[in-house]
Design a protein around this ligand. Structure first.
Ligand code: ZN
Length: 333
């Protein structure tokens, strides 16, 4: 556990108190401070968990998750400290842009530097003030661009504490991977702070079912870490997914998707039908492999090579278990 007391941007936050703080990360063209809102909830002594959202400025489901969590939870029995950062990338959020105004991707810029670019400086403040002060972390994302993701955890299975955290969240689909170089979770794990990503839904939306799964997931993690009373909910199944595959369009045209998010996919099954502007069918994209639909494009216009469908490759027995589970259980996760 991290040592007492915790201080954020020079403000000490004692045990048993809640503070709403603003971390200065930049200055605007109008020479005003640009600040990141942080809520720190401290209970009795215990571990520290950070939950970050909107590292990509247009990914809003995490804002909804933290709003639901902070507004709807009785933290009087909290043991430890919850650091909630609903809008990390404030400059991107204001522009409804994934990136920052210097066109850099914050999630490739950790741990950042005090003297670097705007993005690098924001990464540095977050890393020093939030991530290094924590024992565990959750980073909330959605699919980027015009895509959507079925609720899933992303975790580096090489670290048992990271895999355990991912399992505790309670989502059945857990996808292996360390994360890209410079990403928040990869850098946090390398710094000794087990961290996982929750990916669900699409950018520029607040999607209630995915937000509800996320709120339950954060509460499950708090209970698993013994920071909150009660037992974490155990999902009916967990699939530890080691391999995934992107299925790309072979033809340009107007797309008619034939599969749903989360659907079990058989080899040879129709994924999409591609037409030309005269309304005539040009081609049918068929699944080259069996699997589970982890992600889908939402833009019905494609070039050859555009990613249509992200598929989890699983064993036959796991596939049978998923067929029995899906689609009725999103609400029950
Ligand atoms: Zn993201």
């Amino acid at each position: 556990m991290k040592r007492e007391p915790l201080t954020f941007a020079g403000t000490p936050v004692p045990l048993g108190s809640t503070a709403e703080l603003r971390l200065k990360v930049a200055e605007s063209y109008a020479a005003e401070p640009v600040t990141v809102p942080v809520t720190v909830v401290r209970g009795a002594p215990g571990p520290t968990l950070f939950v970050t959202a909107t590292v990509h400025g247009d990914e809003l489901n995490g804002v909804g998750i933290l709003r639901g969590l902070l507004d709807g939870t009785d933290f009087s029995g909290l043991k430890g400290t919850l650091i909630a950062v609903p809008v990390v990338n404030v400059p991107g959020f204001l522009n409804q842009d994934r990136r920052l105004p210097d066109r850099r991707d914050l999630n490739r810029s950790f741990p950042g530097s005090r003297k670097g670019s705007l993005t690098s400086r924001l990464a540095d403040v977050l890393f020093r003030e939030v991530i290094r002060k924590s024992d565990f972390g959750l980073d909330l994302h959605t699919a980027g661009g015009e895509r959507t993701n079925y609720p899933q955890l992303r975790a580096d299975f090489a670290h048992p504490a990271v895999a355990e955290l991912a399992g505790a969240f309670g989502c059945p689909l857990i996808v292996a991977g360390a994360g890209p170089e410079g990403s928040l979770r990869r850098t946090a794990v390398a710094a000794g702070v087990p961290t996982v990503v929750y990916e669900a839904g699409s950018a520029r939306r607040l999607e209630r079912p995915f937000i509800e799964v996320g709120v339950r997931g954060v509460l499950n993690v708090l209970r698993h870490l013994r920071m909150m009373p009660g037992e974490p909910a155990d999902p009916p199944l967990r699939l530890w997914i080691e391999r995934t595959r992107w299925i790309r369009s072979r033809k340009g045209g107007i797309l008619d998707l034939k599969v749903d998010l989360g659907a079990p996919l058989s080899r040879g099954q129709e994924i999409s039908v591609h037409s030309n502007p005269f309304g005539r069918e040009r081609s049918v994209l068929k699944a080259p492999c069996a699997g589970i639909v982890l992600g889908l494009t939402q833009l019905p216009l494609v070039h050859p090579g555009d990613a249509i469908c992200h598929v989890a490759l699983v064993e036959r027995g796991e596939m049978d278990a998923w067929r029995a589970y899906w689609p009725d259980n999103l609400e029950g996760q």
